[in-house]
Every structure is written in structure tokens, then in C-alpha cells.
Design a protein around this ligand. Structure first.
Ligand code: TRP
Length: 452
């Protein structure tokens, strides 16, 4: 197989464009909704510390592994593994990734729809100063249980995603992320400052930043690792696809480093927004779980001066972050159909988008919209199978493929093309061959405990 024609596939306009788009993929519900949630459930600051270590030691290595596979092969995940090891079963990693992306997107976009719904609610002043925690809880429960609203907002998010992806890497993803990412940064910093100014913010900050080492446990480490994979968009070949659009002269190591840095920075700031606010309003536990953002934040917004603006800004940010992630998820199957099946980008985006919409309907109906799907917790099952199980397996397979099949030496050769002095080589090799696979195997071994 010869290399694809780059000009036909589209490519990033610059290294900065790549970093923005990849950071856009990484920054999403994982940072703003899930990160504070797991920090709260795992006792605070120590989790933050372990998370940072997990990103630096393992997340970064797996990201570099995915990027180098993508750039070397100039292909989507399915084509990439076939290109490097023709005729082998390794190409199944690519299909595995495509399947995971499609299934994760199907419920991820439902949650993205909730954030769009909450943006509307907040902007239209649904959350009055008189809002109580019971009422806020009720509003969320009713909202997520309303089949019409759940499906409508889900459709909106899938529709926008399909539209952007159908316009292609240059015209679509790149242009949008260039506009969206800076807005996101400004909003987050603004909100973090506002949160720090709340009375009672101090207690939240010490919960968030003063580690209590007695909290250290295996579960905490496992949670931190799992969160790192999810948050960095690893394990399903998203970064293989994104890497395939990187120019040969760009430095992959610093690109990966920037993406990890920005992703962690946003998660960190999300915590700065959420914990001071949580502690400033009595009666809200840090371990409030998945409902945290949707149930608790409107309550807080309703109590502070300029709350409607504060809240509207937050949920816009949340929706934007979710959208850049859904774009990256849809890009995986679309790139496959464009490259391997010679479909037009438009046809691929529309057909796959439609398919994902149908696949996501049970998830949209599983929070009370329909008794059957609610009872079996369809969305929870999807999340467990594809996020908790498939993502780590995907990352493990990628490490094994790179470390033992393709070979770290060959991969390093590709890295050298944009970075002639690849100083991290030995460390990276150790992480890809030993540290990361072993850590992932441990996650998988304990997956039952994690699920509880
Ligand atoms: N990383 C995104 C977030 O933090 C979610 C996401 C997008 C993702 N694409 C992914 C997770 C690919 C795993 C794999 O919200």
C-alpha cells in the first residue's frame, strides 16, 4: 500500500492548529463534569496530584504512541495498523477504536445535549434567586426524564457535530476550534476568578489543593488513571487520526506535551471553579456524583450576583467543550469511510451521524424518558462497556503494538523526523513497553471495584 495523497485528505494548517484541535478533542465533559466529580469522590487534593502523575507518566506516553502511529501511516486507525503490519490482525485495533468512538459518541452527545438544555434554561432565567436544592434536583430530574427535550437537545448536538465534520478538517474542525478554544479559555479563567471571590472559597481551595496523604489507596490511583485516559481522548485511535494530519516537520513530542498540558490545565481550572463554589454554599457534598454540575451549579448561580450571566457563561463553555469532543469522536468513523471506502466526507458524516443518532436514542431515554431503558440503565451500561472497558483495552493494545510489534526503534525514527533530538526516548520506551501496559492491566483487573 502506498501512502495516501496528503492534499486529498486535508491537513492541519499549522502545529498550533493541531494542538488546538487535539486539545479541543481532549477538553470536554471529562474535564469540566467528570474531573471535579471524581476529585470530590476521592477526597480532593491527593487525587489531583496522582492524576497529574498519571497524565505525565502514562497519558503522555500513550498519546505520543497514538500520534506517531497516525503520522507515520497517514491514515485513520483502521488503515494505520494495516499499513504498519499488513495482513495481520492488528488492524482490528482500528475497527475496535471506530466501534468505541461510535458507541461513546452515542451517549456522550446525550450529555452534551443536557448541557445545551441547561444553557437555554440558565439564559432564559429559569433559575431564580429563590431556587432551593430540592427544586434544582427536581428541575434536573424532570428535564432529563422528558423524552422530547432529551432527544431534541441530543439531536441538536449531533446535528451541529455532523455539520462541522462534513465540512472537512480545514474548513470545519480547524476553523471552528480556532474560534472556540480561545473563547473557552477566557470563559474558564473568568469563572475561576469569580469563584475564588465567593465568600467561603478558601475551604474549597484547601480541599482541592492540600493533599491528605492518608487518603492514598489503590482505588484512588486506578480512578486517576482511568480519568487520565478518558480526559486525554486516548485508547480509541482519536489521536491516531489527528496525528495523521500532522506535518512531518512538526515536533510530535512537544505537540503531545502541549495537549496534555492544556487538557490538565482546563480540568484544574474546572476544579477551581467548582470546589470554592461548592464549599461556599452549605449542604452540598463534594462527592455529589454525576448530578453535580447539573443539579448544584444552577443553585449556586442563583445565589451569586450576576448569576444568570455567570451561569450562562458556564453552560456555554460546557457546551462548547462538549462539542469539540463530539467533533473528534465523529471524525474517527468519518475518516475511515473517507479513506478506506472512498465515500465523500459529506456522505460519511451524514450517514454516520444519523446512525449515531439512532443508536443514542435509548441512552437519551434512559434517565426516565422510557421505563424500560431507565430500568436497565442503558446509558450507564454503554458507559461501562465502552469507556471503562474498551478504552483501557484499546490503550493497552496500542502500547503492545507499538512496543513489541512495530518496535519503539521504528517509531522513534518517525518522531526524529520533526524532532532530531528526541531526548525522552528511553523514558518513553520504558513507559510504552512496561509501565503503561502494566498499569492498564491493573485497571482492567480491578474494573469491577471501579464500577462500584
Ligand atoms: N476527552 C474528552 C473529554 O474529556 C472525551 C473524549 C473525546 C474522549 N474523544 C474521546 C474520550 C476519545 C476517550 C476517547 O470529555
Amino acid at each position: 500500500m502506498e501512502n495516501n495523497d496528503l492534499s486529498k485528505r486535508g491537513a492541519w494548517g499549522s502545529k498550533v492548529a493541531f494542538v488546538f484541535a487535539a486539545a479541543g478533542s481532549a477538553i470536554g465533559l471529562g474535564n469540566i463534569w467528570r474531573f471535579p466529580m471524581v476529585v470530590g469522590q476521592n477526597g480532593g487534593a491527593l487525587f489531583v496530584l496522582v492524576y497529574i502523575l498519571a497524565v505525565a507518566l502514562i497519558g503522555f506516553s500513550v498519546m505520543l504512541a497514538e500520534l506517531v502511529i497516525g503520522r507515520y501511516s497517514q491514515r485513520n486507525p483502521a488503515g494505520a495498523f494495516e499499513f504498519i503490519k499488513p495482513g495481520s490482525l492488528w488492524k482490528l485495533i482500528g475497527y475496535f477504536g471506530i466501534l468505541t468512538a461510535v458507541c461513546i459518541l452515542s451517549y456522550y452527545a446525550v450529555i452534551a445535549g443536557w448541557s445545551a438544555g441547561y444553557l437555554m434554561k440558565t439564559a432564559s432565567g429559569s433559575f431564580k434567586t429563590s431556587l432551593t436544592s430540592e427544586l434544582s434536583d427536581k428541575i434536573f430530574t424532570e428535564f432529563s426524564a422528558d423524552p422530547l427535550q432529551a432527544i431534541l437537545f441530543f439531536l441538536v448536538m449531533i446535528g451541529i457535530t455532523t455539520l462541522i465534520v462534513s465540512k472537512g478538517i480545514k474548513g470545519g474542525i480547524e476553523r471552528w476550534t480556532k474560534i472556540l478554544m480561545p473563547i473557552l479559555f477566557i470563559l474558564i479563567i473568568y469563572l475561576a476568578v469569580r469563584a475564588l471571590m465567593l465568600p467561603g472559597a478558601k475551604e474549597g481551595i484547601s480541599f482541592y489543593l492540600k493533599p491528605d496523604f492518608s487518603q492514598l489507596s489503590g482505588k484512588l490511583i486506578l480512578f486517576a488513571l482511568g480519568q487520565a485516559f478518558f480526559s486525554l481522548s486516548l485508547g480509541m485511535g482519536i489521536m491516531v487520526t489527528y496525528g495523521s494530519y500532522i506535518s512531518k516537520s512538526d515536533n510530535l513530542v512537544t505537540s503531545a506535551g502541549w495537549v496534555c498540558f492544556f487538557d490538565s490545565l482546563i480540568a484544574f481550572f474546572a476544579g477551581i471553579i467548582i470546589f470554592p463554589t461548592l464549599f461556599a454554599i452549605p449542604g452540598i457534598a463534594p462527592a455529589a456524583g454525576p448530578g453535580l454540575v447539573f443539579k448544584v451549579l444552577p443553585l449556586i448561580f442563583s445565589k451569586i450576583p450576576g448569576g444568570i450571566l455567570f451561569g450562562t457563561l458556564f453552560f456555554s463553555l460546557f457546551s462548547i467543550a462538549a462539542l469539540t469532543s463530539t467533533i473528534s469522536l465523529l471524525e474517527v468513523p468519518v475518516a475511515y469511510f473517507v479513506d478506506e471506502r472512498s465515500w465523500s466526507r459529506k456522505k460519511a458524516a451524514i450517514l454516520v451521524g444519523l446512525f449515531i443518532f439512532c443508536l443514542g436514542i435509548p441512552s437519551a431515554l434512559s434517565s426516565g424518558g422510557m421505563a424500560f431503558f431507565t430500568k436497565i440503565d442503558f446509558m450507564g451500561k454503554m458507559d461501562f462497556i465502552f469507556l471503562s472497558l474498551f478504552l483501557p483495552i484499546g490503550a493497552l493494545l496500542i502500547c503492545v503494538f507499538l512496543g513489541y510489534v512495530w518496535g519503539v526503534k521504528n517509531a522513534a525514527q518517525e518522531i526524529l523526523s520533526g524532532n532530531p533530538r528526541f531526548k525522552l526516548g528511553p523514558l518513553w520506551s520504558f513507559s510504552v513497553k512496561f509501565l503503561s501496559p502494566i498499569a492498564i492491566l491493573i485497571i482492567l483487573y480491578f474494573i469491577k471495584t471501579i464500577a462500584e
